[in-house]
Ligand binder design. Sequence first.
Ligand SMILES: Cc1cc2nc3c(=O)[nH]c(=O)nc-3n(C[C@H](O)[C@H](O)[C@H](O)COP(=O)(O)O)c2cc1C
Length: 381
Amino acid sequence: MNEKLLSRAANIADLKRIAKTRIPAFAFEYLMGGCNDDRALTNNRHQLDQIFLQPRNLNHATVVDTSATLFGRTYDSPIGIAPVGLSGVAWPRASEFQAQAAHKHNIPFVLSSVATTSIETAARHAKENFWFQLYPPRDLEMRSDMLRRARYAGCENLVVTVDVPSLSWRPRDIKNGLAIPPRISLKSVYQTITHPHWAIATAKAGMPEFETLKPYINTSQGLKKTAQNIRHALREIVDESVLRQIRDSWHGNLIVKGILSIDDARSAVDCGADGLIVSNHGGRQLDAAVSPIQVLSDIKDELGERAVIMADSGVESGVDVARYLACGARMVFAGRAFMYGVSALGRYGGAHTIDILNSELRQVLEQLRCPNTSALPDYLT
Ligand SMILES: Cc1cc2nc3c(=O)[nH]c(=O)nc-3n(C[C@H](O)[C@H](O)[C@H](O)COP(=O)(O)O)c2cc1C
């Protein structure tokens, strides 16, 4: 662990505070915001705080093991990097830095379809730790080409996100005019020049673009039209028939992200899903959404034998990771925490975020006298 970085940022809250000073407000608000009135975002925190663990101080567990084995592979930690779109707005090359860190620390890295790094570049950095998240395109040729590229890049785990049937209502982004490319206003120019680190890094890396989608989207009709084209191309509602089509054309593991009910969990597994990510998209889609931690144990009890159950939303520490694991997740993803990491610390941010989360998780296991992450459910009150 890097002691110098640790003295600046010892937890995710520190990374968030530093990120806020380093990046323009429109970028920070895009990352941290929920939707509507942020009720789901707040509830994620509230519900995680209701999960308590009971130590067994007299247990004879001297060594703790934080590794996690799923889909036949062992990762060093049960913590993964969640897919984040428009990643280059938070920090240029954010997804590349995260992919490198995931490879170095042997954890999963999930690239978003709408990240600003291409499938090929991310896979080159993450190597065998590369997972790909698909917003299924309407156009079947485009869809199968994206799957072909993912497979060719070595991806074994495809994550299909099903919880974005509608563009969400995010007042901050609406007011900030956040779009790709960002709408230029006096306010955004001011925010940019008052954050020189971000401005210089962005100038060096070039304006972020949807690298994975470039081959399919007509970019010659002006900037605004390009953004509209992308929204149109990816607005496929993912129902059971779409999932079955994807299952038929994807030979690796199929993971469905955005599950919040036993019914959906069962449907996804009936359609051939190998894994589920119980998630409310970090509280960014439906402000009245139930929090994943409220439904995780039930989904695990019902489907845990048939699919690998994973979770995300609201992870702000290794303690939160332990809470999700205790409720039945086998892998826990974090989105914002890793983005704050790279926004705060650039290329060092991905690895430092992993270090923080994993050290905190390890400390929880030691304190509980719990030998490994799969034993955590026994420590739930
Ligand atoms: C800025 C931002 C962009 C996101 N973009 C995507 C995306 O492109 N695809 C996707 O499946 N999920 C996306 N998500 C959701 C994350 O994958 C993940 O579910 C969520 O961030 C977990 O909550 P957390 O940020 O509290 O850890 C995004 C989340 C954030 C914060």
